[in-house]
Design a protein around this ligand. Structure first.
Ligand code: BG6
Length: 482
């Protein structure tokens, strides 16, 4: 039966798609661009981590160097987005195109020009750019010379970058986000700490403490950027960007329930600060009990208070489930890498991500209850293997089924629960390099790009079945999902 959702979403709802500069642009050393942390990560595989090399090592393959060559083909790609009916397009500004090393006084004009042209091209079709300032692509020089976000000096470098692009694009961009998935690093996994903060914990330091310190500097930098952005253009909407993964208790055992609560607190303290302007009580207490002795000044706390965000941008792919240990410490400390268990009621993708559309409705309600701010789903999607038929068609019903179920969950949250959602931009609207594995074969797009995991292919673009399906969804403002 055809399902209809009549006029549920506002007429200015921001349908679109999302990408990040390093995952699609390529042109890694063009027009004075500097080396970013993404440029020194090799390709991994499904289940095999990417290698982080110290600079470029000859003979190794770095998939982000060329990516899908959007740097030279953006006009063709934006035209395809317009054909789908996009109202907005989320991408990031590569920090290293604007400040190649990160610590220069003056920006790189050719980098600024590229984004002028890109945003103009979007506006030509009435597509609103939605921009992330830092999306896993900080300058590698800031890692080498300053130790990444361990160092307070990074706040100034980031703020200079933010100020430069806010001023330059004040009439071309209204929607901004400061740090992509800033809360990923709570897992204290090397990959997340490196891509978010340019940090690989040394054996002589406490990785958890380092994460809290870097996270603190980033929330201060984010709050300063929010304040400065609003001074430059009071109409700017500046958001947080949070990787939302709801964490469920494995059972109704109160210990599991409290474990899940502590896990949620641990993953979402970043947005607590960015939305409410202050540290949550549990974390003040936790950091004190741990005697971390962090560099958090009274002035910083004032900055956090004054720089709260206008909306919450969120990615949503899956949910997690957690079980309390037999001998939980009093703190119920959450260790994401060790404590997750699989949820028997959920199917998984080929990469082991648990598919859970209701989790999206839960997540939207959770954010709405906690922060009472508009929500923007800036990533959602299914990474899957696609096959090109002899006639050049790509049939991807699995992707359509995933997106349909999640859009329906979003609509239920709006219609039944009154949650305010301002837009929806599925991840990787055109196939691009996977952030986690460096693969091309983990495809999210409505548009297929002919390139394989070894970097071979014509880079030709092809429309998948989902292209036409999404076109219909946008045209009907979400009322036609079948
Ligand atoms: C989010 C990131 O973590 O998920 C994106 O913001 C990333 O950069 C996306 O690409 C999907 O993850 P992956 O590992 O499948 O590319």
């Amino acid at each position: 039966m055809e399902r209809k959702n009549d006029s549920v979403l506002p007429s200015d709802f921001l349908w679109g798609g999302a990408v990040a500069a390093h995952q699609l642009e390529g042109g890694w050393d063009q027009d004075n661009k500097g080396l970013s942390v993404a440029d020194i990560m090799t390709a991994g595989a499904n289940g095999k981590a990417r290698e982080i090399t110290d600079g470029i090592v000859k003979g190794k393959y770095y998939p982000n160097h060329e990516a899908i060559d959007f740097y030279h083909r953006y006009k063709e790609d934006i035209k395809l987005f317009a054909e789908m009916g996009f109202k907005c397009f989320r991408t990031s500004i590569a920090w290293t195109r604007i400040f190649p090393n990160g610590d220069e006084e003056q920006p790189n004009e050719s980098g600024l020009k590229f984004y002028d042209q890109l945003f103009d091209e979007c506006h030509k079709y009435g597509i609103e750019p939605v921009i992330t300032l830092s999306h896993f692509e900080m300058p590698y020089h800031l890692v080498k010379a300053y130790g990444g976000w361990r160092n307070r000096k990074l706040i100034d470098f980031f703020v200079r970058f933010a100020k430069t692009v806010f001023k330059r694009y004040k009439d071309k961009v209204s929607y901004w986000m400061t740090f992509n998935e800033i809360n990923n690093q709570t897992a204290i996994a090397d990959w997340a700490l490196f891509t978010n903060s340019g940090i690989i914990p040394r054996s002589d330091e406490n990785a958890e403490k380092v994460m809290y310190q870097a996270g603190h500097y980033e929330t201060v930098a984010s709050a300063l950027a929010v304040q400065i952005g609003h001074q430059i253009n009071p109409d700017f909407k500046i958001g947080a960007m949070i990787a939302m993964v709801p964490i469920y208790p494995a059972s109704s055992d109160p210990r599991d329930v409290f474990k899940a609560e502590r896990a949620m607190q641990s993953r979402y303290w970043f947005s607590d600060i960015q939305a409410k302007g202050k540290y949550p009580d549990w974390l003040v207490s936790y950091q004190k009990n741990k005697a971390f002795d962090l560099d958090i000044t009274l002035e910083d706390l004032d900055v956090l208070k004054a720089g709260t965000v206008d909306y919450i941008g969120l990615s949503y792919y899956m949910s997690f489930t957690v079980k309390a240990k037999k001998d939980e410490p009093k703190s119920y400390k959450y260790e994401e890498r060790k404590e997750l268990i699989s949820n028997p009621s959920l199917p998984t993708t080929d990469w082991g991500w648990q598919i859970d559309p209701i989790g999206l409705r839960y997540a939207l309600n959770w954010f709405s209850d906690h922060y009472d701010l508009p929500l923007f789903i800036v990533e959602n999607g299914l990474g899957a293997y696609d096959k090109v038929e002899n006639n050049q068609q790509i049939h991807d019903p699995y992707r359509i089924a995933y997106l349909k179920a999640h859009i329906q969950a979003m609509i239920d949250a709006v219609q039944e629960d009154g949650v305010k959602v301002i837009g929806y931009t599925p991840w990787g609207c055109i196939d691009l390099v996977s952030a986690g594995t460096g693969q091309m074969s983990k495809r999210y797009g409505f548009i297929y790009v002919d390139k394989d995991d070894q970097g071979k292919g014509s880079l030709k673009r092809l429309k998948k079945d989902s292209f036409f399906w999404y076109q219909q969804v946008i045209k009907s403002n979400g009322s036609q999902l079948d």
